[in-house]
Design a binder for this molecule. Structure first.
Ligand code: SAH
Ligand code: SF4
Ligand code: F3S
Length: 491
């Protein structure tokens, strides 16, 4: 059933349905009545702003929050001056938390001049007890706090915010169900993330995600494929399948299936021209997935394969379940089956016990694996994780190793980028160039960015492009014409 049909089926005059999506749609109907009334007194529609921190999962969740707000009758704005503002938070590293506190300070000022403003916080950070307590104590002007497991209850909380409750804090410690069919407002008409699973069971010793997102839970393949078909009908051309460890997809489903099967089925859906996925775990990367990628040109020639460390000792302490050697073998294997794939990675420097020699091992992997790009992070202790209780590396040492790593990462990425010079590829044009509006910016299947002369009509379409001028991590190129056929390219 579509959102509109479910919405039309609820009776706002009757009692609230017990639970599930119907209950939430009931509160959405109630909110529509409320916002319509308030719009009359304000002589304008109520406005809402969703601020997102963190990963693709959170961006995806924010599209749900935005969809709910829009359906409830708010105009969506990017301005935190709005009548309702919600922060969807991340807590993967301490600086993500700091960032939120900074923004809350600014919002407090806005709220002083508009006491009717409602401020809400949701997402990963508030799932941490200490952070939620700190917000309640130090930022008492925050009206609504809810976590990752009960995001779908947002319509009900919204209703309560506007019907007498000044402070609501609803934090669950696990989820009982996956609620499908909530409204969504996509940021981009032509691309969308698609959750295929929630949570994570890997418990890498540095990582807070399993604690704030809970146990791994896969969505039913038919629900996922139905969502993708709906997106295709809506004009979406590129999807990104999202999960913390996509290659363990399907593990806990009653019907036997796996990620390779899901990927192959998604590639059959007409209208979807490009499929990305994030994130696979090196320990579970199976050959079937590589063969599906090889045989389906619609699947992006880009594999993000988080390394985290190149030192066997550190990898073991991180609970990653692979070695430097097996990781390098996997990279070679990927390149032997999908030679045109770009491989990018995530690396953490400064994990407890890491020495300069361990960092050298990581640098050695960067050189040998020829990563097309790497996101490098300084280790940030997260309360409650095993690594936070281990002996920490002094800041200065972390910093030195980080700088050494970063220069090798940059060099390697540039060398990889240069290999594409002069070649032709297919780019999906994503946006106007923010420096020069006579240019548009596109992305190749292998994730390389290219700027070409163009205009806004090109956005959301595929063009054949030639890569002329390498500027390190991106290219200036020439658009050769719009593509109508499949996205085939050889690196
Ligand atoms: N599930 C994905 C992504 C997890 S979070 C994966 O396994 O890769 C994204 C990245 O943040 C991780 O890959 C890791 O490099 C980094 N990260 C996670 N916890 C961190 C911490 N405590 N300190 C620094 N970086 C961290
Ligand atoms: Fe965190 Fe590891 Fe799970 Fe990724 S796989 S989310 S790094 S615990
Ligand atoms: Fe951050 Fe939560 Fe994603 S902690 S990285 S937003 S899963």
């Amino acid at each position: 059933m579509t959102d509109e049909k479910i919405l039309a089926a609820v009776d706002p005059e009757g009692p609230a349905p017990e639970d599930g999506e119907l209950r939430q749609y009931y509160f959405l109907r109630k909110m529509q009545e409320f916002t319509a009334g308030r719009a009359k007194t304000l002589e304008r529609k109520m406005t809402a702003c969703v601020v997102t921190f963190g990963c693709q999962m959170n961006f995806n969740d924010s599209e749900k929050l935005t969809g709910i707000l829009k359906t409830a009758g708010f105009d969506i704005t990017e301005n935190e001056d709005a009548d309702f503002v919600i922060f969807n938070t991340c807590t993967v590293r301490e600086n993500a938390n700091e960032h939120l506190y900074g923004r809350l300070g600014e919002v407090h000022h806005l709220k002083k001049s508009d006491p009717r403003k409602v401020v809400a916080i949701c997402g990963c950070m508030v799932q941490e007890k200490s952070a939620a307590e700190k917000i309640k104590k130090s930022y008492p002007f925050v009206n609504l706090i809810f976590g990752t497991y009960n995001l779908y209850c947002f319509p009900e909380y919204l209703y309560r915010c506007y019907h007498g409750e000044k402070h609501i804090c609803e934090l669950w410690d696990k989820s009982s169900e996956i609620v499908e069919n909530m409204p969504v407002l996509r940021k981009y008409p032509w691309k969308s993330g698609v959750n295929i699973m929630f949570g994570c069971d890997n418990f890498c010793s540095y990582c807070i995600v399993p604690y704030v997102r809970g146990r791994e839970k896969s969505r039913e393949p038919k629900e996922i494929l139905r969502e993708i078909e709906k997106l295709a009908d809506d004009g979406v051309k590129e999807i990104m399948l999202l999960g913390q460890n996509v290659n363990s997809y399907g593990k806990n489903l009653p019907e036997k299936t796996n990620f390779a099967e899901l990927l192959a089925a998604a590639a059959q859906i007409p209208g979807i021209e490009r499929i990305r996925f994030m994130t696979p775990h090196p320990k579970d990367f199976s050959d079937d997935v590589l063969y599906v990628i090889r045989d389906n040109p619609k699947i992006a020639r880009h594999i993000h394969l988080p390394l985290q460390s190149g030192s066997d000792r550190i990898l073991q302490a991180m609970n990653r379940h692979y070695t430097k050697e097996s990781f390098l073998e996997l990279v070679d294997h990927i390149r032997s089956i999908v030679p045109d794939a770009a491989i990018t990675t995530d690396i953490i420097i400064g994990f407890p016990g890491e020495t300069a020699a361990d960092a050298d091992e990581t640098i050695d992997v960067v050189k040998k694996a020829h990563f097309d790009n790497a996101f490098t992070f300084i280790y940030s202790p997260r309360v409650g994780t095993p690594a936070a209780r281990m002996e920490q590396v002094p800041e200065e040492e972390k910093k030195q190793n980080f700088d050494r790593l970063l220069s090798v990462v940059q060099e390697t990425a540039k060398e990889q980028a240069k290999k594409l010079q002069g070649r032709e590829f297919t780019a999906l044009i994503e946006e106007m160039n923010d420096q020069d509006t006579s240019f548009v910016t596109g992305r190749l299947s292998n994730n390389m960015i290219v700027h070409v002369k163009g205009d806004p009509s090109m956005i959301g379409r595929f063009y054949r492009v030639r890569l002329d001028d390498c500027r390190g991590f991106y290219y200036f190129g020439t658009a050769l014409g719009e593509m109508t056929g499949p996205d085939v390219e050889v690196r």
